[in-house]
Design a protein. Structure first.
Length: 109
């Protein structure tokens, strides 16, 4: 949990989110209340899962991706324009230290 907390603290901060709680094997993140929970679980599935986090702007996408790469995440795709989710998206992809894939994105239209 400590490794995950350090990673998500770094990634979430540029998005304007914060940590709301840490207890009972879970960490909650969100803006005014927890909307994303990180839990301690043995044998969690990492194949096919994707968590998408909305960013307030392009600078936040870049900052969150860089912070994630600096705190144990692995880059899947550097920040840039994407077309896979419709027109006008700017996204970055990385895997957290446990192998979960994260997309950080903002619409640009």
């Amino acid at each position: 949990m400590n490794r995950s907390a350090a990673f998500y603290d770094a990634v979430i901060s540029p998005l304007g989110w914060r940590r709301h709680g840490n207890g009972n094997g879970a960490i909650g993140y969100g803006i005014s209340r927890p909307t994303l929970l990180i839990t301690e679980r043995a044998n969690a599935c990492t194949d096919g899962a994707l968590v998408c986090l909305a960013a307030p702007g392009i600078a936040a996408v870049k900052a969150a991706w860089e912070a994630g790469c600096e705190t144990g995440g692995k880059s899947v795709s550097a920040p840039g324009e994407t077309t896979g989710h419709g027109s006008g998206a700017y996204s970055a992809y990385l895997r957290d230290p446990d192998g979960q894939e994260i997309e950080i994105t903002v619409g640009t239209d």
